[in-house]
Design a protein around this ligand. Structure first.
Ligand code: SAM
Length: 343
């Protein structure tokens, strides 16, 4: 079999020739199916974003081949993301293809929700279980300022997703200091009103849309949690189906509130997550720019070649996890924009 290389910082590294540890599992995969988006969140997309040519984007068949091979290493959950995944044609067919893979019992979607109203029923029918919807502000003007989109379209999408039985629905809000950190209580009230979970996320130094990330944009979520507890009383630890990145709590009425703290409290130990980029590179972690090109092997490899390749990927993930701990969970340089990685 050909060497499997990791590209990092335009340099090649070779993965050691050994078998993965039998205990290592890859349970969760995020796939970016398009780098196109119908919103322009200022921190996520550069103004002059160059899209990856359509012919370079991985096909649904090749993505499914990867998913199938990973089930031998414990894969159960696949999250479809982007860019805006609802923009890629035949998403329902892809969900159907994933539903047919033995071992995959959790298919989820991360979307901005703008066109969810139109697609929810079809996606549910195809096998979509649950959805995460990004909303950074509940103030229509600020939502527009951040995204150039219409908040009501997203709310209509949530209502429809609920109606067709997609569950749970989680609303994800990236909290940016000086911009939306005063909306914590509004988000909790929104969660109660619409029967959704809300999750707050710290902004990471990735992608860097039209702005450069600065540490003082990060609102430590401990403060957001305190504000919520001041109003509703002590939050009780809870759980939620998902990748395990969020610390989830419950209010007395059962409303769930989660906190994802990649900056102030990293949750990387024993990470069993991989990402597949839009053009078919495997990204080991958001904290490094290490990627393993997989397109050729997924397109042309025989089943056993793909399986051997995946073993190498698992070894690379083991090493990456160790390096991240060794580097004290620092973010390395990640020049790729979020839409092609699959945020
Ligand atoms: N279009 C879909 C959506 O809006 O949910 C999926 C892709 S979008 C890149 C996924 C998520 O990544 C969004 O919730 C967005 O807010 C988040 N995101 C983008 N850049 C980020 C950053 N630097 N730090 C934290 N979250 C980020």
């Amino acid at each position: 079999m050909a060497f499997v290389n990791i590209i990092s910082n335009d340099k090649l590294k070779i993965i050691p020739d050994r078998k993965p540890n039998p205990q290592t599992k890859i349970t969760y995969l995020r796939i970016s199916i398009t780098d196109r988006c119908n919103l322009k969140c200022f921190y996520c997309r550069p103004e002059d974003q160059e899209f990856i040519p359509r012919e370079e984007i991985l096909s649904y068949e090749d993505m499914t081949r990867f998913v199938k091979a990973l089930t031998k290493f414990g894969l159960r959950s696949v999250r479809i993301t982007g860019g805006e995944p609802l923009l890629r044609q035949d998403l329902d067919k892809f969900i159907q293809m994933l539903s047919n893979v033995e071992g995959i019992d959790d298919i989820s979607l991360t979307t901005n929700g703008i066109t969810l109203k139109k697609h929810a029923k079809q996606l549910k029918k195809a096998g979509l279980k649950r959805v995460n919807i990004s909303i950074d502000s509940l103030k229509p003007e600020l939502f527009y300022q951040i995204t150039k989109g219409n908040l009501q379209d997203v709310i209509d999408g949530i209502i429809e997703a609920k109606k067709v039985g997609i569950s749970p629905i989680k609303v994800n809000a990236v909290v940016i200091k000086g911009l939306n950190e005063d909306e914590a209580i509004d988000f909790v009230e929104f969660a109660k009103q619409y029967g959704v979970e809300v999750r707050f996320i710290e902004m990471m130094p990735i992608g860097q849309g039209h702005i450069d990330w600065k540490e003082d944009m990060v609102e430590p979520l401990e403060r957001v949690k305190r504000k919520i507890e001041d109003k509703y009383g002590k939050l009780k630890p809870s759980s939620s189906i998902g990748s395990g990145a969020a610390k989830v709590y419950e209010l007395d009425d059962g409303t769930k509130v989660g906190f994802i703290t990649p900056i102030t409290n990293p949750f990387c130990d024993n990470c069993s997550k991989l990402r597949l980029t839009v053009e078919g590179n495997i990204k080991l972690c958001l904290r490094t720019d290490e990627e393993i090109p997989a397109k050729d092997i997924l397109k042309n490899g025989r089943e056993e070649e793909i399986q051997q390749f995946i073993e190498k990927v698992v070894v690379a993930k083991e090493i990456s996890n160790q390096n991240i701990q060794f580097n004290n969970y620092e973010f390395g340089e990640c020049r790729r924009i979020m839409t092609s990685i699959g945020g």
